[in-house]
Every structure is written in structure tokens, then in C-alpha cells.
Design a protein around this ligand. Structure first.
Ligand code: NAD
Ligand code: UGA
Length: 467
């Protein structure tokens, strides 16, 4: 069995960075180098004051302990590849924006470029591990590229090792994963490569949590897990619409059904819609895969999860307009939270972006506060969401604030778009005093105590609750 002494991770993003930092922490005998073409990102990972490029609770502590010991960040991709026994490919796989499959298929360009770089650079045998989320059978394309370009005495074994961490809890998830999944070809070499990677994880993950399966099952399991998680949210959100129309309470419904041990209580929190870089992308990927396999009904089934999510966002912004007497033109709306979930600075596909775009179109004035998201990111996201509107015009309508209290000043309505814990403990009396009356709160995250807010004087609208 090959032994892993040096690991290279191509891609220093939300997955490559935390995942390989934790491997370095837990395996002090392995030298881990995380490489990326993005100089600014690598500089941030290497910054003397640990201003890391991503915000993730517990990450700084891990990097502080391992960086410079056996954890290194570099833009020298070729050296990283040459020195490694095992290479994680952890590059982005966004939805294709043009060409065949645009809007659905995964853009595998970054995976292919990284694979070609490995083929061109490696002078000794490597285990190449697909960490990125990819369509079923991508490993086969990678193997074809590697085999066609390999040098004498350099063989490549390909593994699939999808990542299941969630942002905001990435370090806890990596320290104690529900499972680690490793897919390999069922050949002698494939099984040996699988055992070598399994040995790395066994430094801290109990053996029974390391699942070894075939390559294609592993690739498909990742898409399936995300699709089923997102489907739960769309299901509960679909029920939230029924609750609003009937007077049932979605929190009570979720609790009641979650007590059934076959359903389970997790991931049943109704919301303004799921966001994040992966749920939508991976479902669309599954839809595309199903269509390519001529499985039309299967494709339609999964597509509905995304359709429902879009509906949930639209429904929420319409409810705001309806409640504010059918017009928000010229009214100031405070949006609390811009990240796609709490405890991350990531804004990719955040529901807040869609809501704010809708409010802009209604010609409202929008104040935004988020404890982690940088202003530049907010402007970039809003600009991308309204490509026909010049940024200067957006900046006349939208204002970024440095506290929740400031954002709510002189507002007609407060929208809770992200479930940051600090929004629970805002001085709501002070918020109320500073707002125009009647003062409305729209809780898109089931976060605040609606009855308490009503006792202060707010008119409160909660997702999944009738008026
Ligand atoms: P990301 O955009 O944060 O990071 C990807 C990095 O790869 C970027 O820094 C980019 O510069 C770098 N890169 C791209 N091509 C490169 C190349 N040829 N050589 C060197 N560097 C290159 O993306 P991410 O969120 O880390 O996601 C990576 C993959 O993991 C995706 O397939 C995603 O679906 C999957 N995933 C993400 C999460 C998550 O929570 N973000 C969780 C599980 C799986
Ligand atoms: C998700 C999965 O949970 C991870 O297992 C997976 O590795 C990852 O996608 C990925 O492949 O990228 P992530 O998107 O980081 O992780 O965060 P989640 O906690 O899953 O939340 C996703 C979205 O769903 C957020 O907008 C969140 O607010 C929303 N959500 C989550 C709800 O609206 N209700 C819930 O009950 C749970």
C-alpha cells in the first residue's frame, strides 16, 4: 500500500483550506501544502495577523497551530504537485453560464485544468483525489487525461472523496464527520489507494465512519446528499405557505413531524429560502444528469426543489410589499443579514440578494447590516443581481450600515434575512424607538420572539405563521 507523507491540495477555498488545515493539524507527520492560482487568497492564508480569506469559527486556531509546522500555503502549484504523494483537487465547479448545458451542467473547466497540470508536472506516481463536487463519472475523464499524458514510472490512481462539511460549522464537521466517503475503482491498485487515504483519516476519524464504495456511487452520493437536504427545506417551505394561508404554525408542524424517528428533527427550519454555493448548483447538476440519461420525470422531480426555493423568496418579498400597504416606494427597509446563513461571510446565492433586488425594483431605500460580510462583496453581489442598473444608482438606493441599530434607524420595516445569533439580543426597544410607525418586523428565519416584539409595539410577520 502506498504511504502518504506529502499532500498537496489544489484550491485554497472554502473546502480546500479548512479540510487540509484540519488534516495537517491531525496528522503532524504529513506535510500539507495548499496551492492556489489566486495570489491574494494565498497571501491572506499566509498573513502574519491571520486575516484568513474566509470566516469560519475555529479555523484560525487550527491554522495558528499548524501553519509553518506542516501546513503551507503557496502559489507554486507545480512544486506542490511534484512533491506530493496524494493530491486533492478542490477547485470550484460552478454552474455553466454558456454553451451546452448552460444554467444546469457543472463547469468542469477548473477540474480539467488542474488535472492537466497534474499530468504535465508529475514525475512520480500520485493518488489523485476528487474533492470537488462533480457529476457522476468525472473521475473517468480525469483518468483518461492523466493516463494519456503520464510519464514513464508515473502512474495515477483516482479516488473520489466528496466533502460534506457545512459552512459555519466546517471545523466541527471536519473534526467529527458523520462519515468520510471514499470511492475507488474496485481493482487491486484502486483498493490500495483507497486504503492509503483511509489511513490518513484514521488519524482522527473512527474506522467505522470511513465508508468505502465504488467511484460512481461516491460521486453520485454527494449530489444525492445535497439534493435530499435541499429537498427537505423546500418541503418545509412549501408547508410554510400552507401554514400562512390556514393559521397553522410551521414551527409546530416541523416539531411534530420531526419527532417521527423516521423523519428526524434536523433541517426542518422554514426560511426565506436556502442559499449557498452548492444546493442549487448540485441539484441543477443532477437535473442535467437525469436529462442526459433521458430520465425526464426524474429531472422534473428534482427541478421542483429549486423552483420551490425561488417561489419562497418571491413570496416573502411580496408579503413585505403587501403588508406595507402595497407599496414600499421611497420607504426605508432594514435588511439584517446578508450572508446565506449565520456564522459565515459567504454570500453565494444568499436569499438576501434576491430580496434586496426585489426591494430595489420596488424603489425602496434599503439599509443592510451583516456582522461578517465585507462591503465590497455586498456591492459586487448587488451589481451582479441587477446588471442593467449602474452601481452608482444602486448606491443611491442601498446603504451599508455598521450595526443593526443604525440600519433600523428611520426604517418602516426590519427584515431578518440571516439567522445571526446577535439579532436575537438586539435592543429591540431602542430599535422600535428609532423607527417610523407603524414599525414592522418580518422574520424570515424564525429567529426572534414574535410575542415579545409585539408587546413592544411592533407589527410582526413570521414565515410560516398566519397574520
Ligand atoms: P472556492 O471557489 O472557494 O475555491 C476554489 C479555489 O480553487 C479558488 O480559490 C480558485 O482560485 C482555485 N482554483 C481554481 N482552479 C485552479 C487551478 N487550476 N489551480 C489552482 N487553483 C485553482 O470553492 P469551494 O467553495 O471551496 O468549493 C470547491 C468545491 O467543493 C466545489 O466543487 C464545491 O461544490 C465543493 N464543496 C463546497 C462546499 C462548501 O461549503 N463551500 C462543501 C462541500 C463541497
Ligand atoms: C450544505 C450541506 O449541508 C453540506 O453537507 C454540504 O457539504 C455543502 O452544502 C456543500 O456541498 O456545499 P452549506 O450550504 O454550507 O452546506 O450550509 P447548510 O447548513 O446546508 O445551509 C444551506 C442553506 O439552507 C442555508 O441558506 C440555510 O440557511 C438553509 N437552511 C438550512 C434552511 O433554510 N433551513 C434548514 O433547516 C437548514
Amino acid at each position: 500500500m502506498p504511504r502518504v507523507n506529502q499532500i498537496c491540495c489544489i484550491g485554497a477555498g472554502y473546502v480546500g483550506g479548512p479540510t487540509c488545515a484540519v488534516i495537517a493539524l491531525k496528522c503532524p507527520h504529513i506535510r500539507v501544502t495548499i496551492v492556489d492560482l489566486n495570489q491574494a487568497r494565498i497571501d491572506a492564508w499566509n498573513s502574519p495577523d491571520f486575516s484568513l480569506p474566509i470566516y469560519e469559527p475555529g479555523l484560525e486556531d487550527v491554522v495558528r497551530k499548524a501553519r509553518g509546522r506542516n501546513l503551507f500555503f503557496s502559489t507554486d502549484v507545480d512544486k506542490g504537485i511534484r512533491d506530493a504523494d496524494l493530491i486533492f483537487v478542490s477547485v470550484n465547479t460552478p454552474t455553466k453560464k454558456s454553451g451546452v448545458g448552460a444554467g444546469f451542467a457543472a463547469d468542469l473547466n477548473y477540474v480539467e485544468l488542474a488535472t492537466r497540470r497534474i499530468a504535465a508536472t508529475a514525475t512520480s506516481s500520485k493518488i489523485v483525489v476528487e474533492k470537488s463536487t462533480v457529476p457522476c463519472r468525472t473521475a473517468e475523464s480525469m483518468r483518461t487525461i492523466l493516463d494519456a499524458n503520464s510519464k514513464p514510472n508515473a502512474r495515477f490512481d483516482i479516488l473520489s472523496n466528496p466533502e460534506f462539511l457545512a459552512e459555519g460549522t466546517a471545523i466541527d464537521d471536519l473534526f467529527a464527520p458523520d462519515r468520510v466517503l471514499i470511492g475507488s475503482l474496485q481493482t487491486q491498485e484502486g483498493k490500495e489507494a483507497c486504503a492509503a487515504l483511509s489511513e490518513v483519516y484514521q488519524n482522527w476519524v473512527p474506522k467505522e465512519r470511513i465508508l468505502t464504495v465504488g467511484l460512481w456511487s461516491s460521486e453520485l452520493s454527494k449530489l444525492a446528499a445535497n439534493a435530499m437536504l435541499a429537498q427537505r427545506i423546500s418541503s418545509i417551505n412549501a408547508l410554510s405557505a400552507i401554514c400562512e394561508a390556514t393559521g397553522a404554525n410551521i414551527a409546530e408542524v416541523a416539531h411534530s413531524i420531526g419527532q417521527d424517528s423516521r423523519i428526524g428533527p434536523k433541517f426542518l427550519r422554514a426560511s426565506v429560502g436556502f442559499g449557498g454555493s452548492c444546493f442549487q448548483k448540485d441539484i441543477l447538476n443532477l437535473v442535467y444528469l437525469s436529462e442526459s440519461l433521458n430520465l425526464k420525470e426524474v429531472a422534473e422531480y428534482w427541478k421542483q426543489v429549486v423552483t420551490m426555493n425561488e417561489y419562497q423568496k418571491r413570496r416573502f418579498s411580496k408579503r413585505v410589499v403587501d403588508t406595507l400597504f402595497n407599496t414600499i416606494t421611497g420607504k426605508r427597509i432594514a435588511v439584517l443579514g446578508f450572508a446565506f446563513k449565520a456564522d459565515t461571510g459567504d454570500t453565494r446565492e444568499s436569499a438576501a440578494i434576491t430580496l434586496i433586488r426585489d426591494f430595489q425594483q420596488e424603489r425602496a431605500l434599503v439599509n443592510i447590516y451583516d456582522p461578517q460580510v465585507e462591503s465590497n462583496q455586498i456591492w459586487a453581489d448587488l451589481n451582479e443581481a441587477s446588471p442593467d442598473v449602474p452601481l452608482a444608482a444602486i448606491q443611491r438606493q442601498v446603504f451599508i450600515c455598521s450595526s443593526a441599530l443604525e440600519a433600523c434607524k428611520n426604517a418602516e420595516a426590519v427584515i431578518i434575512a440571516t439567522e445571526w445569533a446577535e439579532f436575537k439580543t438586539i435592543d429591540w426597544e431602542a430599535v422600535y424607538a428609532g423607527m417610523n410607525k407603524p414599525a414592522f418586523v418580518f422574520d424570515g428565519r424564525l429567529l426572534v420572539d414574535a410575542d415579545r416584539l409585539r408587546s413592544i409595539g411592533f407589527k410582526v410577520t413570521v414565515i410560516g405563521r398566519g397574520e
